[in-house]
Design a protein around this ligand. Structure first.
Ligand code: NAD
Length: 523
């Protein structure tokens, strides 16, 4: 067997490959050189530098597997790999411990003021009184995002005898219980924590999650740590929180713009910063390399890999048959999850009309991809979404029905959470996905752009009031429709708008007399 390693991967993994294959290490290749070298290889090992594009994959006559020594697979064309029956494997947990340890390092740096004391002593000062610290034992740590890294941080904080609470609407109670961590609301976490640490992905929903309002809700003298992604914290609000003394300190490994040249945060004397070092340890690099190389060898030996990104491969003939419905499925998932509140417990999908006779595993997985992608960090795709959902304790049921109403095909998606239940119907009209029902209200909506959904009493003047609130905030309405089940009951108003509807505008609409609920969806 012949394997090409085209990025700098730790030698520990390469030595494992060499026990079973002939390995060529060639980094910094041009696309043409890569295409030439890949022709007679059975496997390819990369980090993030090599771009494994469709034309590279097409040129690879014998390629069976691509290994990524790390988590993100954005540099690999997954669709092209799957089409050619090439398995892609990665090492998703490789840096979790490393990032968690960095987080603990930052918590201790803030509590004991180590970086400041270090600089002072290096400047020939002996300021023992100035650097009086605090113990972290007995303090409350609020973990936002209890995934791979957040869970590791929770474990380590417990060893330091901290009280650990967490906010993560998407993990099971069982997972939190195993970690002896109490799941709380975001508001409770903000108001009770002495230290708050972020371990969530950066998505439309989490962008600016920690802003002025959230900082105001924190305890006076709280500390904030961000080893996740820059945009999650509003840097201007953080600057004000630190400058005013509301927050005692913050530690950042990540920034909105990296490197953070001329970032005012760096001028503050109650902030600890590191240059995106969270995952940078020898062990994480070795771990990523060893795991990815072992996974590659498993595939070459025809054994099932543990961390496949695109398995099981769907037979090309099945994929061809269902491919036109995949955008409908993914859009339906993405749309519906934005209407829900709480932790998802059950997802039930009913395929109707001409969909009845199709093999719908890939459609279900695409729906799950749409649901999970805004929640999980990297690597959610239509091949692994089913496994990821089941790992999170979500029950999934599929059903079929002949009757598809006025449409040739229809998918009914029912998502139950710990707090509510949402039912959305979708159809493929020609080549275009449409949302045709929300909780029993008939609508006809292209799931695109910014959408505002308002449930209100069926009485005169409601539309005008909502429209003028949007107008007051300079938000232009693109289209508007209403649906109702009976006269004088409730009505569902669905608007497409030209700009994002910020929370303060939703809140203002919510306060209008007769409005029952307001939801925003971004597609
Ligand atoms: P993960 O997918 O395992 O966990 C993310 C968790 O966040 C999940 O449990 C999910 O349910 C939860 N979540 C999603 N949206 C949420 C929301 N709105 N509110 C609360 N919880 C929410 O990811 P991970 O591997 O633990 O990575 C966490 C973060 O760390 C990511 O942002 C990742 O990019 C970052 N990271 C940083 C470094 C670094 O060098 N500093 C290295 C690796 C990862």
């Amino acid at each position: 067997m012949k394997i090409l390693v085209s990025d700098n991967i730790h030698k520990a993994g390469i030595e494992i490959l060499e026990t079973e294959a002939e390995v060529e290490v060639a980094t910094g290749l041009s696309k043409e050189e890569l295409i030439e070298k890949i022709k007679n290889k059975d496997a390819l090992l990369v980090r993030s530098a090599t771009k494994v594009t469709a034309d590279v994959i097409e040129a690879a006559e014998r390629l069976k597997v691509i290994g990524r020594a790390g988590v993100g697979v954005d540099n690999i064309d997954l669709e092209a790999a799957t089409k050619h029956g090439i398995v892609v494997v990665n090492a998703p947990e490789a840096s979790s411990i490393t990032v968690a340890e960095h987080t603990m390092g930052l918590i201790l740096s803030l509590a004991r003021r180590i970086p400041f004391a270090h600089s002072s002593l290096k400047a020939n000062k002996w300021e023992k009184k100035k650097f009086l610290g605090i113990e972290i034992r007995g303090k409350t740590l609020g973990v936002i995002g209890l995934g791979r890294i957040g869970s590791q941080v929770a474990k380590k904080a417990k060893a330091f005898e901290m009280e650990v609470i967490a906010y993560d609407p998407y993990v099971t109670e069982k997972h939190a219980k195993n970690l002896t961590v109490k799941i709380v609301s975001l508001d409770e976490l903000l108001s009770k924590s002495d230290f708050i640490t972020l371990h969530i992905p950066l998505t439309d929903k989490t962008k600016g999650l920690i802003g002025k309002k959230e900082i105001q809700k924190m305890k006076d003298g709280a500390y904030l740590i961000n080893c996740a992604r820059g945009g999650i914290v509003d840097e201007k609000a953080l600057y004000e929180g630190l400058k005013s003394g509301k927050l005692a300190g913050a530690a950042l490994d990540v920034f909105e713009k990296e490197p953070p040249i001329d970032n005012p945060l760096l001028t503050l004397d109650n902030i600890v910063v590191t240059p995106h070092l969270g995952a940078s340890t020898q062990e994480a690099q070795i771990f990523a390399s060893v795991v990815a190389c072992r996974e590659v060898l498993k595939v070459l030996r025809n054994e099932p890999p543990k961390y496949s990104v695109n398995m099981p491969a769907i037979p090309p003939e099945v994929l061809k048959e269902i491919s036109s419905y995949l955008p409908l499925a993914e859009n339906l998932g993405r749309f519906t999850v934005q209407l829900t509140k709480g932790r998802i417990t059950d997802i039930s999908i009913t395929y109707c009309g001409e969909l009845l006779n199709l093999e719908f595993t890939a459609l279900t997985n695409s729906i799950l991809k749409g649901i999970l992608e805004p929640i999980l960090t990297g690597g959610v795709n239509m091949f692994n979404a089913g496994i990821l959902a089941k790992n999170r304790g979500i029950r999934i049921t599929e059903g079929k029905r002949e009757d598809s109403g006025d449409y040739r095909n229809m998918v009914i998606l029912n998502v139950k959470t710990t707090e509510d239940e949402t039912i959305v119907d979708g159809t493929l009209l020609g080549e275009k996905p449409r949302i045709i029902g929300i909780d029993g209200y008939e609508i006809d909506l292209a799931p695109k752009g910014e959408i505002l959904i308002v449930l209100h009493e069926d009485k005169p003047g409601m539309i005008g009031k909502v429209a003028s609130t949007l107008g007051d905030h300079k938000i232009n309405i693109g289209s508007m429709q209403v649906g109702r089940k009976e006269v004088g009951g409730l009505q569902l108003m669905v608007l497409t708008v030209d700009h994002e509807v910020p929370p303060e505008v939703s809140d203002a609409i919510c306060k209008i007399d007769g409005i029952k609920a307001v939801k925003t969806v971004r597609m």
